[in-house]
Structures are given as structure tokens and as C-alpha cells.
Design a protein around this ligand. Structure first.
Ligand code: RIB
Length: 312
């Protein structure tokens, strides 16, 4: 099993549980409020670590209670936190989240210390990146840092997963340096410039990204599963039927599992995505991002249970 380096965000999620999302200008009375550790970077690191991955995290927290608890909790998950810096200027990032009765979410991230992390800080962890079997990143650090990271991985010949969330348009020159690009359908639409209404649009958009030079495109389709696109064609992975409680962090559960599977070099991408799909599905059955991430044992129980259902 090779080393996984996650370069990304720490965000403390303040989650309001509501029946319906308020409309613009409307006030609604919520049901309850929860505070959970999150942030796409931290979520993906914990997802990979709970499955048994050897994970190092790179990023920045604030010099405050939220930051201290992140350091403590992720160390407890066996994640190497020696490359996590502490900002003396900005507080730990915060997420203002609403989850409705269907488990859908709306998220505003206030980046705080995540946006203090600089290109110079990244250059200082070059050796760490060099030793990685796979690097995974998202778009919750400053974009200039992410783009430098893509170039750095290319220079060092280290494969990189880019989870383009929250999505922005990425300049043409970076696509050929991305080993795995993992948008959801909305993000796929933003990146490709193609409006996604059905599976044909999904395939057209994937082809567009492959033509720009991405090696592997893996699109998460929510309850519908996932689709892999490479120069060799498409492979579809079916979704699981589960009781959806809270979708916060489901994409991160999937992406962390993808990094874990890729770090385990003996597996084919299709097998890796099937496993990641189960991890993502299981995560929506519980509240919160990090608290909802399953362990290796929970995933194998879940997969076996569903196998039995489909064979009886
Ligand atoms: O992907 C879910 C995550 O997005 C949340 O944990 C929130 O912090 C935002 O970063």
C-alpha cells in the first residue's frame, strides 16, 4: 500500500437541520443544530484512513479550539499531521450548512486559515509529495495553490486526483496533468461547459474533458452510482438503494475511498470505483461529514449484505 497525501481544507461544519430550505428573504424555524468536523480535505483524509490507508494531510488550521480539535481527532485516525500548519492570522475555516428532510444540503464555506496556505508552504512539502503513491486535492484552498500543486505533481511524476469541488472553470493547460478528475454532475457541467440533462450529456462532457487531456474521468452520480471515462470507453457502476439521512460529505467519502483504492496498486479502476461507490452510499445513512465515514469492516458488511439481496 503506497502513501496517500491529501492536500486540502479543514472546515468546522455548523449544520442546521430544517424541513425545507428557506427561500431568499424567508425565515424558517429549524429542527436542531449540530457541529461536526468537516472540510473536503479533512473528510477525504479520514475516509481513506478509516479504510486502512496510510494518509498524510497537508493544509492549515487556525490557532483556536476548532484547529486544536482537528489536530487531535485526525491524529487519532492515524493520519500524519506533521505537515499541517497553524495560522496566527486567520481562524479555522467554518461551514454554514443546511440539511433538509430529504438529506439534501446547501453549504457556504468561510475559508479562514485554508486561504492562508500559500504556494511557499506547498513548495516546502515537495519531499512529502515526492514520496506519495497518490496525491488528492479539492478546490477549497486558494486556486493558485491548487494549480501549482497540479504542476508540481506533473514535474515529480506523482499521480494526482483532482476533486473539482467547489467547481470553477480550470484553464486548458492543466487538464493533461490531471490523472483522475472526479466531478459530480453539476461540476462536470461547469468544467465542460455542457449543460447536463441526461446520461448522453454526461458522456459528451466526459469526452470533452478526455479530449482536453485528462487521463481518467470518474463522475459521481449520487444515488445513480458513478461512471468512469477513459480513452478506452465508459464503464458504469450502479448505485445502492439506501435510507438517505444526510448527504454532507458523501462525495468526500467516495473520493477518499478512490485514493485508498488507487494507493493499493493491484486493483483495477473499475473495482476501486465499485468500492468507493459503496463507501459513498454508506456515508449518507448517517449525519455529518467525518462522523458518517465508514470503517473497512462496515463497508465489507454493507457490500456483503447487498450481494446477498441481489442473489436471493
Ligand atoms: O463536501 C462536504 C464538505 O464541504 C463539508 O464538510 C463542508 O465543510 C464543505 O467543505
Amino acid at each position: 500500500m503506497s502513501k496517500i497525501t491529501v492536500i486540502g481544507s479543514f472546515v468546522m461544519d455548523l449544520i442546521g437541520i430544517v424541513n425545507e430550505f428557506p427561500l431568499a428573504g424567508q425565515t424558517v424555524i429549524g429542527k436542531s443544530m449540530k457541529t461536526f468536523h468537516g472540510g473536503k480535505g479533512a473528510n477525504q483524509a479520514v475516509s481513506a484512513a478509516r479504510l486502512g490507508g496510510k494518509v498524510s494531510m497537508v493544509g492549515m488550521v487556525g490557532n483556536d479550539d476548532y484547529g486544536n480539535t482537528f489536530k487531535f481527532l485526525l491524529k487519532k485516525e492515524n493520519i500524519d499531521m506533521s505537515c499541517v500548519l497553524t495560522s496566527q492570522i486567520e481562524p479555522t475555516g467554518v461551514g454554514l450548512i443546511q440539511v433538509n428532510r430529504l438529506g439534501e444540503n446547501k453549504i457556504v464555506v468561510i475559508p479562514g486559515a485554508n486561504y492562508e496556505y500559500s504556494i511557499n508552504d506547498l513548495e516546502a512539502v515537495k519531499e512529502q509529495i515526492k514520496k506519495s503513491g497518490i496525491v488528492i486535492t479539492q478546490l477549497e484552498l486558494k486556486h493558485e495553490v491548487t494549480f501549482r500543486l497540479i504542476n508540481l505533481c506533473d514535474e515529480l511524476n506523482v499521480p494526482i486526483i483532482v476533486n473539482p469541488a467547489p467547481a470553477i472553470k480550470i484553464q486548458e493547460e492543466y487538464y493533461s496533468k490531471i490523472t483522475y478528475l472526479t466531478p459530480n454532475e453539476t461540476e462536470l457541467g461547469i468544467l465542460s461547459g455542457i449543460s447536463i440533462k441526461n446520461m448522453e450529456d454526461v458522456k459528451r462532457a466526459i469526452k470533452e474533458l478526455l479530449n482536453r487531456g485528462v487521463k481518467n474521468v470518474v463522475v459521481t452520480l449520487g444515488s445513480k452510482g458513478a461512471i468512469i471515462g477513459t480513452q478506452g470507453g465508459f464503464q458504469y457502476v450502479e448505485g445502492f438503494k439506501v435510507n438517505v439521512v444526510d448527504t454532507v460529505g458523501a462525495g468526500d467519502a467516495f473520493n477518499g475511498a478512490l485514493a485508498y483504492g488507487i494507493a493499493n496498486k493491484n486493483k483495477k479502476l473499475l473495482e476501486v470505483v465499485k468500492h468507493a461507490n459503496a463507501v459513498g452510499a454508506l456515508s449518507v445513512t448517517k449525519r455529518g461529514a467525518i462522523p458518517s465515514l465508514p470503517t473497512k469492516e462496515q463497508v465489507s458488511c454493507f457490500v456483503n449484505y447487498h450481494k446477498k439481496l441481489t442473489t436471493t
